[in-house]
Design a binder for this molecule. Sequence first.
Ligand code: DX5
Ligand code: ZN
Length: 226
Amino acid sequence: MPSPHIQITPSILNADFASLGAEVARIGSADWVHVDVMDNHFVPNLTFGPAMVEALARSTSTPLDAHLMIEDADVHAPAYVEAGCGSVTFHVEATKAPVRLAREIRAAGARASMALKPATPIEPYEALLPELDMVLLMTVEPGFGGQKFLDLCLPKIRRARELMDKHGVETWLQVDGGVSLETIERCAEAGADVFVAGSAVYNADDPDAMVTALRTAAEAVQEQRG
Ligand code: DX5
Ligand code: ZN
């Protein structure tokens, strides 16, 4: 199996919400812009809805990677495909029919992705992998930027990569939470290929240089993994 392609998907959760268009323009070398949608129910925080995401999609040529931390994802996720997101991630803990929803997202023209909180195991979802374009493994409890990376998630990253290899799927493996220059190598070593970084990128003096530094660090590990 060829090595997966490393991608950096900065989260704008730690950006200046009053100037989102300009903030996204500061990360020109990002592969995707990660947009954290929170509803104050699934997580104790509130961010953007479809209208704001649609405006953001219009303001940049970088594709949007929506991470929906919302209840009733079955009902609300399609609106984010319509808003112009190229990838839509729902949480399995907030979805009644993940297969149906993944198919609906794909049919509407976006990449379908499923997220797991730190305590949710990957094994029960092995059979779903061919239905998914990406799996997002949370490496903090969802809800806020700037939290400490949970090393206890590393075995699950490794396990998810094994299952993907076993099934020969090209599903991307994204990690989200506490990813920085200090932790990205551990994630890449375990088999992640898509990296969300919020505070590490937007707290940096030069956010785009940090995107490049993160990419270089992950690619170096991947070359060693072979
Ligand atoms: C947290 C969000 C993350 C967050 C990451 O629930 O899903 O995308 O923005 O922020 P950092 O990289 O600061 O942990
Ligand atoms: Zn996120």
